[in-house]
Structure formats: structure tokens, C-alpha cells
Design a protein around this ligand. Structure first.
Ligand code: HEM
Length: 408
């Protein structure tokens, strides 16, 4: 039964409304699938495993024929810290972190606020005169791609080429692609290769002529553990580029989808823009950008009645955990003033999202400005079409009709 359910979750037909399936799955918070994978869907169980050192993020430790399999990095790219365990994880993450946030660079993310505000103001200005538009292509997608480019010193004119490559490079996540489907794997590898080729040349340019961006600082860093090797720089840069925008696109789109489906919550936010922070946290909980994350058990792990044997592939269903009624009262209700915002949408433990502060900043400004400036916004199509991926789940388009767009 649990196996059939999880297969249904993965099926593209379930993308618009996977929630009843997740609710069924949660009845057995740790469930064994017929291919030997364990799917974990309860809040307490997912939260515990995210922090458990007996669980690995290194796909290379999974059986090669498992759903998770070896996640081979693109040629010339070192395994990224997202897919590494300690001590290598902390060492690599530390080398990137000191150019991004506290303690070495406090206030950096906040210093990006004026740039993000300007980007968002400009994109909404572009909508002036429209009575209907696609939020994803006109707004949710271009904003995070340009922010990620800014972070890495990529010229804004390259954003339109790199953005689609980023999307293709995650289109067939390794734990869902059928390893026997060479076509799916080839498309993904091709996009990864193209991204790597771009970033090798870009890193060389920044070596010669550094800018003020984070990647230039990583290249020229002479702190502990530095310099990063070229494969490490390449892996980190492409991970920051892809991880920095693919998720935030979904956050912005999902926040508007939820607000337009819940007009009384939209009215509260319009009356009090300071509720934008709460609207973003509640969107993250209810419609997370990342639904599923892969892991490997490197020891026997007992959770309640189940022991996950050493060597097993494990899928952590963050999206199911966020709606666990044992944790959140009224879990399916969208409430932008919900007091408990301890969702798992940025993960937890050593892999807690590196860019959570930036993702939140972009989401908060976007939702505040859109709800202040769009006059009488409403959904033209509900449910919207979805991207095929079950893990990075989000609408591929969101058509919104408006009466007018107010000036900034
Ligand atoms: C709404 C926005 C975002 C969401 C929902 C999100 C979600 C996540 C999640 C769930 C993880 C944990 C993965 C795991 O444990 O396997 C993660 C890790 C990570 N995220 Fe984000 N992310 C967002 C924005 C960003 C941004 C803007 C950046 C870059 C600036 C970023 C970079 C990373 C990196 C590098 C990791 C790996 C951290 C590690 O392994 O130590 N993310 N993110």
C-alpha cells in the first residue's frame, strides 16, 4: 500500500494536489517501499533524521542500483557540500560561508536588499498596462536568477542563457530518474556540462579581474583551507547558482497562489504589509519549494517501530512533515499569522539551507510589493500547470488577471 502511494506521489498527475497522498503516507511515518527505499513522512521523524549523523547526504554511499544511486558530479566538478558528510562538509561550507554571512560577513545578505528591491520594482513596472500576465515568466523566475547572477558576478545579460540550463540540470533528479533511461540522464548531464563550461570560463575571468562578488572573493581567498581547487569552486558556484534560484522561483509563485486562493488572508496582508514575513513562512510550510530530499543510512537507525537498516536509501518527505497534524493544528489551513512557523522547508542540521536568509528576503519583498501594487489580482487558471519534478515542485506558469498596476 505505502509503495503504491509513494509511486502515486512521484507520478506527474499528482503534482497539482499531492496532499491527500502525503496524508495517507503519514499514517505510516516510516514506510518501506518495494524497491527497498524508506520514505519518512512524519514531522518528528523527518526532523530527527535531518539532524542524525547516522544518515548521509552522499549519494555515492547508496547502492548503485537504488533510487538514490551515485550522484556523479558533472565532469571537472568536485562533490558539493550539499552532498558531503563531515568533516568535508563543514570545511567546504565554511569556506563559502565566510563570504556570505555571519560571523565573518554579518549584514551581507541585508546589504543586498536595495538591489533586490530595485529588481522587483522594475519587474512590476514592466507589468504596467497588462490586464493578465504569467507571474512565473514575468516575475518569479527572472528575479532569483538575476539575484543569483549578482551574487556570483555573472553579467545580467547572461541570465537568460544560464537560467534554463539551471532548470534542465535539476529536471531529472537522480533518485527519481530511472537509471535505465539514458535519455533523461543525458539531458541532465548535457545541461550540467554546459553550466560547468560557462563557469570554468567565468572563474578564469574573475581570477584575472576580480569583482566585488562572492565568487571573486572565494577565488582570491587566502584564509584557512583556501584556496578552493577549481573543481571545488566550480561545484560551489553551480550549486549556489542553481540552489539559489530554482527554489526561490517556487516560493514567490506559491506565495501568490496561496494568497489568491485565500482572499481573506490577501486582504489582511494588503491592509498590513508587515505581515509579508508571516505570509512567506506560511507559504514555506504549506507549499514548500523542496518536497523530497534523498539520504543514505550509514548505520542501523531505529525510529519508533521501524529499524532502517544500514545501507538503505531514504527519502525525507519535507512537504508531508510540514502538514503533520501531530505538530501543526489545522495543518492544511493557510494562516499568515500562525504562531508556530517551525517548518522543515529549509532542512535542518548541518545541511540547513545556506541561502535561507536570501530566499526569505526575496520572497518577503516580492509578496509585499506585488500585493501592494496589483489592483484586484485574481487567478485566471486554478490549478496552474506544474513542472514535472516531484521534489522541486512548483507551477510552471501562474496566470493572474488584474484591473491595474499601481505605480511604485
Ligand atoms: C526559498 C528558497 C530556498 C529554499 C526553500 C531552500 C531549501 C533548501 C533545503 C531544503 C536545503 C537542505 C537540503 C538537504 O538537507 O539535503 C537547502 C540547502 C542549501 N541551499 Fe537552499 N533553499 C532556498 C534558497 C537558497 C538560496 C537563495 C541559496 C543560495 C544563495 C541556497 C543555497 C543552498 C545550499 C548551498 C544548500 C546546501 C547546504 C549544505 O549542504 O550545507 N538556497 N536549501
Amino acid at each position: 500500500m505505502a509503495s503504491t502511494l509513494f509511486k502515486q506521489v512521484l507520478h506527474t498527475d499528482s503534482r497539482p494536489h499531492p496532499w491527500p497522498l502525503y496524508a495517507e503516507l503519514r499514517k505510516e511515518p516510516v514506510s518501506l517501499q518495494d524497491d527497498g527505499t524508506y520514505v519518512v513522512s512524519g514531522y518528528d521523524e523527518v526532523s530527527a533524521l535531518l539532524r542524525d549523523p547516522r544518515i548521509s547526504s552522499d549519494g555515492g554511499k547508496a547502492a548503485p542500483d537504488s533510487r538514490i544511486g551515485a550522484n556523479a558530479p558533472a565532469p571537472g566538478t568536485a562533490p558539493v557540500f550539499l552532498a558531503r558528510d563531515n568533516p568535508a562538509h563543514d570545511q567546504l561550507r565554511g569556506m563559502a560561508q565566510r563570504h556570505f554571512g555571519p560571523p565573518a560577513r554579518p549584514g551581507f545578505v541585508e546589504s543586498l536588499r536595495p538591489m533586490v528591491e530595485e529588481l522587483i520594482r522594475d519587474r512590476i513596472d514592466h507589468l504596467t498596462g497588462c490586464t493578465e500576465f504569467d507571474l512565473v515568466s514575468e516575475f518569479s523566475y527572472p528575479i532569483p536568477v538575476r539575484v543569483a547572477c549578482h551574487l556570483l558576478g555573472v553579467p545580467p545579460e547572461d541570465a537568460d542563457t544560464l537560467g534554463p540550463l539551471g532548470e534542465e540540470s535539476v529536471a531529472g533528479p537522480e533518485f527519481l530518474v530511472d537509471p535505465r533511461d539514458p535519455q533523461a540522464a543525458a539531458a541532465k548531464n548535457h545541461a550540467q556540462q554546459e553550466l560547468a563550461t560557462y563557469f570554468v570560463a567565468h572563474i578564469e575571468r574573475l581570477r584575472e579581474k576580480p569583482g566585488q562578488d562572492m565568487l571573486s572573493r572565494m577565488i582570491h581567498d587566502d584564509g584557512p583551507g583556501s584556496p578552493m581547487s577549481l573543481p571545488e569552486l566550480l561545484g560551489t558556484a553551480t550549486m549556489l547558482f542553481v540552489g539559489g534560484h530554482e527554489t526561490t522561483v517556487n516560493l514567490i509563485t506559491n506565495s501568490m497562489l496561496l494568497l489568491l486562493r485565500n482572499p481573506e488572508q490577501l486582504a489582511r496582508l494588503q491592509a498590513d504589509p508587515s505581515l509579508a514575513d508571516g505570509a512567506i513562512e506560511e507559504t514555506l510550510r504549506l507549499e514548500p519549494s523542496v518536497h523530497l530530499r534523498p539520504r543514505v543510512a550509514v548505520d542501523d537507525i531505529t525510529l519508533g517501530d521501524h529499524t532502517i537498516p544500514k545501507g538503505s536509501s531514504v527519502i525525507l518527505a519535507l512537504a508531508a512533515a510540514n502538514r503533520d497534524p501531530r505538530r501543526f493544528p489545522d495543518p492544511d489551513t493557510f494562516d499568515i499569522t500562525r504562531p508556530d512557523t517551525s517548518h522543515l522547508s529549509f532542512g535542518a542540521g548541518i545541511h540547513f539551507c545556506f541561502g535561507a536568509g536570501l530566499g526569505r528576503l526575496e520572497g518577503q519583498i516580492a509578496v509585499r510589493e506585488l500585493t501592494q501594487r496589483l489592483v484586484n489580482p485574481r487567478l485566471s487558471q486554478d490549478p496552474p500547470p506544474y513542472r514535472p519534478m516531484p521534489d522541486l515542485r512548483g507551477p510552471s506558469a501562474l496566470r493572474i488577471a488584474v484591473d491595474d498596476v499601481r505605480p511604485a
